[in-house]
Design a binder for this molecule. Structure first.
Ligand code: UN1
Length: 498
C-alpha cells in the first residue's frame, strides 16, 4: 500500500524549490504493524543555513506580492488538498496510526485552514484611528516578520503545520519547517502541493531532522525571527529560554491535562459518549484529549457503568481497517511512558477498572497497542491526575459540588481544554467564565477545536500565543504604526495639542 501511494522510498528536504537528498536517514515505521514505510532525511545544521539563505531572498520578493495574490496560492493549495484528501488521509494513517476517519478529519482541518487563511489575504486588518493633531492621519498595519521557523509534532502532522505555515505565508513571510521525524510524509505531500500550486521557490522550505540538530540550529539562527513550536513541555521551555536570550519571538503549545466535568444534572449517556470520544479517540494522543473526568459523586457510579460498557465496545487495531475505532500508540517510547503511568496510578491507590495493559496477542505484537484504560477513585493530587500521559488513560475523580469541580479542573499546571456536561444554564455561564483554559466546551468532550478560533491555552500549556484563528497572524506579523502629517508644518505630539 505504501509503495502505491508514495512515489519515493526515500524522502528529500525541500529547499529553494529543490528536492535535496541527505547522506543520513532514519526509518519511518508504521506504528500499526512495524513495517518501514519510507526513509526520512536526518539533516545537519548546514541544511538550515542553506534554507535560510534561500528563504531570505525569496521573502523579499514574496512580501511585495499583494496579499490577495499570495492568498490565491493558498486557495489552490486548499483545492488540491481537497482533491487528494483520501490519499493524504491514508498516508497519514500509515505514518501516524490514527484511524482513517480521524485522518480524514485532520486533512479536512488543513483544507479549512487553507480556505480561511486565503480569505485573510483580503483582510489582514489593521486600524485607522484619529490622530490627536489636525491634518494628520494615523493607522496601524500588519507587516511580515521575514523568515520564520515552525516545528511541528507527530500527532497532527498536517493540521498543525497548516495552522502555522498558512498564516505565515499569507502574511508575506518565508518559512523553514522542521516536521517530526516520525511523520514526515505529510510534510512531503504538503510541500509538493505548494510546489504544484505555484508558490515561488524558497518561500516554503522543509528541513527534516532531529531537534538536537535542525531544531537547535533554527532556534539559534539569527535570521529566523520567529519560532512557532508545538510539542513537549521540556523542549518548549528550552526553546523559550534560548529564544528569550536572542529577543526572538516564540509561540509555544505544549499540551494539557484536560478534564470533563460531569454534574449531577447532566445527560449521562451524552456525557459518556463525549468522554469516550475525547479520551480514547486518537488513542488519547491529542493535546486536547480528556484524561480526567471530574464527576459529581451522586452520578459517579452510573457514569462509570456507562463508560465501562462503552470501553467494551471499542475496537482496536490498524486504522486502515475502518471497523477499528482506536489505533496504535506512535512508538515504543510512547507505550513505555503509558505503562509507567499505569504503575504510578496503581501505587498511588487509584482503582484500575479497565485496561491497563499492552496488547500483545497475534497481530497486535507487530505494532504498539495499549488497551483503553480507566482508573476510578482518583484524587486530584495524584500524578495520574496531574501529568500528561498522552495515551488512552482516563481517571475518574469524584467531587461533591460544582465549586469543587471547577477548583479541581483548574488545579493543574496546564490550561488547554476543559468541558462541562450540565443542563443548568446558570452553571453553563459560570463554568465558561471560571474554567481556566484556552478552550471550553459545554455538553461536548474536550476535543474538536475549529480552525477559525484561537487554539492554545493558559499556564504551562503555552506562553500566551495562539495557533489558528485570526490570532495566529499575531505570531507571524509585526505591527507598524504609521503617522502621516499633511499640515505642512511641524506638529509636536503631546505638546502642540492645546
Ligand atoms: C492537538 O491535539 O495538538 O481540537 C491538536 C482538536 C483538534 C486539534 C488537536 N482539532 O482536538
Amino acid at each position: 500500500m505504501a509503495e502505491t501511494l508514495l512515489e519515493a522510498k526515500k524522502l528529500n528536504n525541500f529547499i529553494d524549490g529543490n528536492w535535496v537528498a541527505t547522506n543520513e536517514t532514519s526509518d519511518v515505521i508504521n506504528p500499526a504493524n512495524g513495517e518501514t514505510i519510507v526513509h526520512v532525511p536526518l539533516s545537519d545544521g548546514g541544511a538550515v543555513d542553506t534554507a535560510v539563505e534561500a528563504a531570505k531572498k525569496a521573502q523579499k520578493e514574496w512580501a511585495k506580492v499583494p496579499a490577495p495574490q499570495r492568498a490565491e496560492v493558498l486557495l489552490e493549495v486548499g483545492n488540491m488538498m481537497k482533491e487528494r484528501k483520501e490519499r493524504l488521509a491514508q498516508l497519514l494513517t500509515m505514518e501516524n496510526g490514527k484511524v482513517l476517519e480521524e485522518a480524514r478529519g485532520e486533512v479536512q482541518e488543513g483544507i479549512d485552514m487553507a480556505f480561511y487563511m486565503a480569505g485573510e489575504g483580503r483582510r489582514l486588518f489593521g486600524h485607522t484611528t484619529p490622530a490627536e493633531l489636525p491634518n494628520k492621519f494615523s493607522m496601524s498595519q500588519r507587516c511580515p516578520v521575514g523568515v520564520v521557523g515552525i516545528i511541528t509534532p507527530w500527532n497532527f502532522p498536517i493540521a498543525i503545520a497548516t495552522w502555522k505555515s498558512f498564516p505565515a505565508i499569507v502574511a508575506g513571510n518565508a518559512v523553514i519547517w522542521k516536521p517530526a521525524t516520525e511523520t514526515p510524509i505529510m510534510a512531503h505531500e504538503l510541500a509538493k502541493i505548494f510546489e504544484e500550486a505555484g508558490l515561488p521557490k524558497g518561500v516554503l522550505n522543509v528541513v527534516y531532522g532531529k531537534g538536537s540538530a535542525v531544531g537547535d540550529k533554527m532556534v539559534h539562527h539569527d535570521d529566523i525571527r520567529v519560532i512557532s513550536f508545538t510539542g513537549s513541555n521540556d523542549t518548549g521551555r528550552n526553546i523559550a529560554s534560548e529564544c528569550g536570550k536572542q529577543l526572538k519571538k516564540v509561540s509555544l503549545e505544549m499540551g494539557g491535562k484536560n478534564a470533563v466535568i460531569v454534574m449531577d444534572d447532566a445527560d449521562l449517556d451524552l456525557a459518556a459518549e463525549g468522554i469516550i470520544w475525547s479520551a480514547y479517540g486518537t488513542s488519547g494522543q491529542r493535546c486536547t484529549a480528556a484524561s480526567r473526568v471530574i464527576v459529581h459523586e451522586d452520578v459517579k457510579e452510573r457514569l462509570e457503568e456507562r463508560l465501562l460498557a462503552e470501553i467494551e465496545k471499542l475496537t482496536i487495531g490498524d486504522g486502515l481497517n475502518e471497523t477499528n475505532k482506536v489505533g496504535p500508540i506512535i512508538n515504543k517510547a510512547g507505550l513505555e511512558k503509558i505503562q509507567k503511568y499505569i504503575q504510578i496510578g496503581k501505587e498511588e491507590g487509584a482503582k484500575l477498572v479497565a485496561g491497563g495493559y499492552v496488547l500483545e496477542d497475534g497481530d497486535f505484537a507487530k505494532g504498539h497497542y495499549f488497551a483503553p484504560t480507566l482508573f476510578t477513585d482518583a484524587t486530584p493530587d495524584m500524578r495520574i491526575a496531574q501529568e500528561e500521559i498522552f495515551g488512552p488513560v482516563l481517571s475518574l475523580i469524584p467531587v461533591k459540588s460544582f465549586e469543587e469541580a471547577i477548583e479541581v479542573n483548574n488545579g493543574v499546571s496546564y490550561g488547554l481544554s476543559s468541558s462541562i456536561f450540565t443542563t443548568d444554564a446558570n452553571r453553563v455561564f459560570q463554568a465558561q467564565r471560571d474554567l481556566d483554559t484556552g478552550i471550553v466546551y459545554v455538553n461536548a468532550g474536550t476535543t474538536g477545536a475549529e480552525i477559525h478560533l484561537p487554539f492554545g491555552g493558559t499556564k504551562g500549556t503555552g506562553n500566551g500565543h495562539r495557533d489558528s484563528g485570526v490570532q495566529a497572524l499575531d505570531v507571524f506579523t509585526e505591527w507598524k504604526a504609521v503617522y502621516i502629517d499633511y499640515s505642512g508644518k511641524l506638529q509636536r505630539a503631546q505638546i502642540d495639542t492645546e
